[in-house]
Design a binder for this molecule. Structure first.
Ligand SMILES: Cc1cc2nc3c(=O)[nH]c(=O)nc-3n(C[C@H](O)[C@H](O)[C@H](O)COP(=O)(O)OP(=O)(O)OC[C@H]3O[C@@H](n4cnc5c(N)ncnc54)[C@H](O)[C@@H]3O)c2cc1C
Length: 626
């Protein structure tokens, strides 16, 4: 690769637009956000920042939207990125997140939707309730439209994300958008972030960071230490098309319990391929002078025994060490944020890395978009570390056990029967962590962005205590469950998450309950918004960033007929009561503030006291929005 290290490029985080490049030297580039790394996390974040500031949808796009200038660099040139391998599975909550961002449809066009699981013991006898049986259960639970494992190799995922990002005018390693031919597209070169200086005296939104980027493969860090361990376990992953197999359920998410290779992974991949993954102990490693494709294929055949396989072609194979590390902080200086593998790495045993990265990216995206556009208070950014790091730490702890069990041993933390079969223990742990694995019970504690839940005794609750309850309750700190509603007039069904795309806006769901209480609440809102036209000091709730959805427990010919007045925002019906039931709403109605990323920010369990309800909602938005 050409070494342009003498021609170091400066990237300046600022609020101005790109400067015009000189045709002969690498230019300085000014951007609001520099994203280092065009993996799934960097791409999703870049895409969100553009979409959330440029989207044309008139109803959901705040009128004062300004485009956020994003620059994304990737140290490997595009051909290297086109390798197969690495992550393959999106779990249900990740797909919900991607759907609300408009990225899921393309993934679904290409992915294998796996709803079936299988586990075979060392003799090839099918055993039930072990291995990945939670995949099947999630499909049965029906609490998400994405009740399956969406399997698509990372290469294809990144292609989809790059395509969507380009629609918003950004390419990886883009130097300029002019037409002089020299620097328009440099995807065939790698651009590596080298270093940066931060001027702490400069406010966010001005020229606070100067970063240097060059074409080199030298690795760098930004100086945030990670803590963790690296075990001696080595895992093989081999992706390829099988010519033949005796696997009875070859398109299921599978486990094969091998006495030598641990809990062998079997995943049906896109484009007819299959991933086989297994632990390679030291003895087996020593049998080979070189661990090459031939060795991986030979070992894969032994690992899946007594099931037989023959390869047609191998797309990708790799061996790697398993380790767990998490950064001590996910943000620094109020302007540097770590997301994805840059702040948490672990084994691929539970297939969580890319999924956790999607959670990071969607958690950070709307916050950054609102703060950079001057619409939300900068304190909002502090909630990124507060919300995501505890979940990453939990994932690391969980992965420490999973990775040892997958390798065929009981973990040191195991306090059950010391003679337990590690395969049985693994099945139990995967089952217990079903909500966490699928992402559907990932919760955030009360913070600036999440109002504390109050128990009936007046105490504030912690979301963590509910984390293993599946499905998670519809309370502040958890995902807003997707529920079927009916559209007015048509009475056809529509899903709540389709009505609440992530456009960096908040949604207020009002379950009507008593029409009198609802009318009083509506009146308070209308009086307030009228007052806001003259009083600019108290405007949070009177913002285009807050959209109402009213839900009626019946199916009238018109909402006005049922309410005696026009509803707040759009209206939908829940005649069957299933949405009320899932949200735990009774006859007194209720109100939920949904954040742009689809988490419940505030729950008011009854509209009995409309004045109090309105006050709580107003307080929340006054705190968050400028
Ligand atoms: C074998 C294997 C199987 C896996 N299976 C799964 C799975 O099934 N499900 C799952 O969820 N996860 C899985 N993972 C984990 C998953 O691949 C990662 O968690 C995911 O890729 C993280 O995305 P990311 O964008 O944070 O990082 P990456 O995908 O690593 O992307 C970061 C990018 O940043 C670039 N970069 C780094 N430093 C610089 C620099 N200084 N300048 C410029 N560019 C830089 C890198 O080249 C890279 O392209 C697997 C991983 C492996 C290795």
């Amino acid at each position: 690769m050409a070494d342009f290290s003498s021609e170091t490029r400066s990237l300046t985080a600022s609020s101005s637009s790109s400067s015009i490049p000189s045709p002969t030297t690498f230019p300085d580039i000014h951007s609001d956000v520099l994203i280092v790394g065009a993996g799934p996390v960097g791409l999703t974040l870049a895409y969100q920042l553009r979409r959330l500031s440029l989207h044309p949808a008139p109803q959901t796009s705040p009128t004062n939207a300004l485009p956020i200038i994003v620059h994304i660099v990737e140290r490997y040139p595009k051909p290297a990125q086109q390798m197969f391998g690495r992550a393959v599975t999106f779990w249900p909550r990740s797909m919900e997140i991607l759907d609300q961002l408009g990225l899921a449809d393309d993934i679904m066009q290409q992915c294998v939707a796996v709803r079936e699981s299988s586990a075979y013991d060392k003799d090839g006898k099918e055993v039930f309730g072990r291995g990945w049986s939670f995949v099947e259960q999630t499909a049965r639970d029906g609490d998400t439209r994405f009740g399956f494992a969406s399997v698509l190799r990372q290469k294809f995922v990144e292609q989809i994300m790059r395509g969507h990002l380009q629609k918003y005018g950004v390419s990886v390693n883009q130097v300029s958008d002019n037409n002089d031919g020299d620097f328009d597209s440099e995807e065939d070169l790698g651009h590596e972030f080298v270093s940066m200086t931060i001027d702490n005296d400069v406010e966010l939104g001005d020229y606070k960071i100067i970063a240097k980027v060059r074409v080199t493969r030298k690795t760098t860090t930004i100086g945030i230490e990670s803590v963790g361990s690296r075990t001696e376990d080595k895992w093989v992953r081999i992706d390829g098309v099988l010519r033949s197999t005796t696997h009875p359920k070859s398109r299921s998410y599978g486990a094969i319990e091998s006495p030598i290779y641990g809990n062998v992974l079997w995943i049906p991949l896109d484009h007819g391929a299959t991933r086989i993954g297994f632990a390679l102990n030291e003895e087996r490693q020593k049998l080979y002078k070189e661990l090459n494709e031939e060795a991986y294929v030979a070992e894969a055949k032994l690992a899946v025994a007594p099931i037989e396989i023959e390869y047609e072609k191998v797309d990708w194979a790799s061996v790697y060490s398993v380790g767990q590390r998490v950064a001590k902080t996910f943000s620094a200086h109020g302007c540097v944020f770590l997301a994805g593998d840059s702040c948490h790495t672990h084994s691929s045993g539970a297939g969580q890395g890319m999924n956790a990265g999607m959670h990071d990216a969607s958690n950070l995206g709307w916050k950054l978009a609102l703060v950079l556009r001057g619409l939300a208070r900068p304190e909002l950014l502090e909630t990124y570390d507060a919300e995501r790091r505890p979940n990453a730490e939990r994932l690391i702890k969980y992965d420490e056990d999973i990775s040892v069990l997958v390798s065929g041993r009981l973990p040191a933390s195991w306090n059950g029967d010391p003679h337990e079969d590690p395969n049985v223990a693994l099945g139990t742990i995967l089952q217990q962590a079903k909500g966490f694995n699928t992402g559907l019970t990932i919760g955030y504690e009360a913070s600036f962005a999440i109002e504390a839940e109050r128990h009936t005794n007046g105490n504030l609750g912690s979301v963590i205590q509910y984390q293993s309850t599946v499905p998670a309750a519809a309370i502040a700190g958890y995902r807003a469950p997707d529920v079927k509603l009916q559209r007015p007039a048509m009475w056809d069904e529509i899903w709540l998450q389709k009505l609440t795309p992530n456009m960096a806006v908040f949604y207020i769901l009002v379950f009507v309950g008593s029409t009198q209480n609802y009318a009083d609440f509506t009146e308070l809102h209308r009086t307030f918004t009228t007052a806001c036209t003259t009083n600019t000091a108290d405007k949070g709730l009177d913002s285009e960033l807050v959209l109402y959805l009213t839900i009626l427990p019946e199916k009238p010919p018109s909402a006005f007929m049922a309410l005696g007045s026009d509803p707040l925002g759009e209206v939908f019906y829940d005649e069957s009561g299933s949405a009320h039931e899932r949200y735990g709403v009774g006859a007194e109605g209720g109100l939920f503030v949904l954040r742009p990323d689809g988490w419940i920010a505030l729950r008011v369990e009854s509209l009995r006291d409309p004045g109090q309800v309105f006050k709580r909602v107003k307080q929340y938005f006054n705190k968050i929005l400028v």
